[in-house]
Design a protein around this ligand. Sequence first.
Ligand SMILES: *[C@@H]1O[C@H](CO)[C@@H](O)[C@H](O)[C@H]1NC(C)=O
Ligand SMILES: *[C@@H]1O[C@H](CO)[C@@H](O)[C@H](O)[C@H]1NC(C)=O
Ligand SMILES: *[C@@H]1O[C@H](CO)[C@@H](O)[C@H](O)[C@H]1NC(C)=O
Length: 447
Amino acid sequence: MLVLGVLVVIATVATTVVSQLHPSEPAKYHQLPTLREQAVILDGWRDERVARIPQLLKKYDIDVWLMSQREYAEDTIWWSIKDALEFASHRRTVLLFHTTSSSLSGQPNPLRWVDNTGDVWPELRQILEDYNPKRIAVNVDRNIAFGGGLHVGEWEVLQEQLGAKWVERMVNEPMLGIEFVAARVPGQLEYYKQMQETTWALIEEAFSERVITSGITTTEDVEWWYREKMQEQNVSTWNHPRVSVITPESFPGWEGTKDIIQEGDLLHVDFGITAMGMNTDTQHMAYVLRTSEGEEGVPEGLKQGLKKANRMQDISLERMKAGKTGNQVLKECLDQMKLEGIEGQIYSHAIGDWGHSAGAVMGFTNLPEYVPVLGELEILSNTFYSIELYAYHFVPERNETLRFRIEEDAHWVDDKGGWEFVRGRQEKFHVVNSTTTRKPDMLRVQL
Ligand SMILES: *[C@@H]1O[C@H](CO)[C@@H](O)[C@H](O)[C@H]1NC(C)=O
Ligand SMILES: *[C@@H]1O[C@H](CO)[C@@H](O)[C@H](O)[C@H]1NC(C)=O
Ligand SMILES: *[C@@H]1O[C@H](CO)[C@@H](O)[C@H](O)[C@H]1NC(C)=O
């Protein structure tokens, strides 16, 4: 009895510790540098990142890292090392990264061939003979995209052209690709912050009476509004925006729902933007005021649900220490949630060069407690992460248990050896206050 009492006290204290991180100012749209300026910035970042590769090879005891690809059948890694003026690889492009302490020191790194005659092969064989690498990394991983980008035709040609001597020295080391793609360079954060604010600005505008008129606007209308508005802002996306009316049934809702938005609806969006070689991934919720009934604010039950999800974000960031595996972090989070009486699910992932980028994942919607392979990777410092989750909460006003689904992007902060949200996080609902003369309930049509 006593022990239980103490536990309850701890749990109560813990649930009240929710940091205040909702920005006080409305988000504004940021203008990107001109394309010409962007090219210079992007190539600078790329050069900094490529300069780290020799170090990475040493860390994993690899002498050379060999990639081969053809125009339109690129290795996944190619997209993170390409020049800003390249939109595809050319002909057959062969890249050989090497360590600085080899017979190739002083040579370009990577060595690069663009070939459609076959001349590359004798040259490459000669270089291997001169250098005599013991371990040659090739991207043939069966499970991890960032370590498995070598196309099967290229793999066959490599084996044929290099022969048994070198093929026997080839190894699969997916951590090369994972670490290279995941690691950030300092200049990226400033622009990532701007992109994050633009993402918020899009949500704040979409989830307002400027875009939504209850009884008329559909969730799909809002999705397409995002698409057009992104185009106007000169950014693109890596995922069609998904707008849903949250109900006990609407999950995962990857496609969004097909509803006419009504007063009293709890709305949800999941979307991200793509610009300057980076991606965002954000989920927020909005409440449609019952304006016709003179409702002045968001029902308390909904606010409590959001607070619970915020608490899960805190739990996640606190436990995401570099060096732990994704599954370890996931288990610690679920244990802590249990202690605090919170039910819900976590499915966080790395973000950066890709929307779902290289690195450990913590849960998937269909794998809530343990993820093979990707969950067994270690969390890396100096990366971006998208904290994606939902809390279940019973909303008395609706007599329903709903999923409070939120997602925010976080960045590694060296000084504190941990994570911070790039632009805070949602702690207040976006509110749609649209006046409509129509009777909402007559217009609810399942399209
Ligand atoms: C988008 O790019 C065009 C062409 O460079 C430019 O005129 C316009 O101002 C940009 N829009 C925004 C919102 O940055
Ligand atoms: C919503 O809009 C109505 C009509 O314009 C206004 O009277 C009311 O104060 C607004 N409510 C809120 C919470 O902004
Ligand atoms: C709440 O919902 C439950 C089951 O979903 C139902 O049995 C109960 O009658 C409802 N309560 C009210 C007050 O509507």
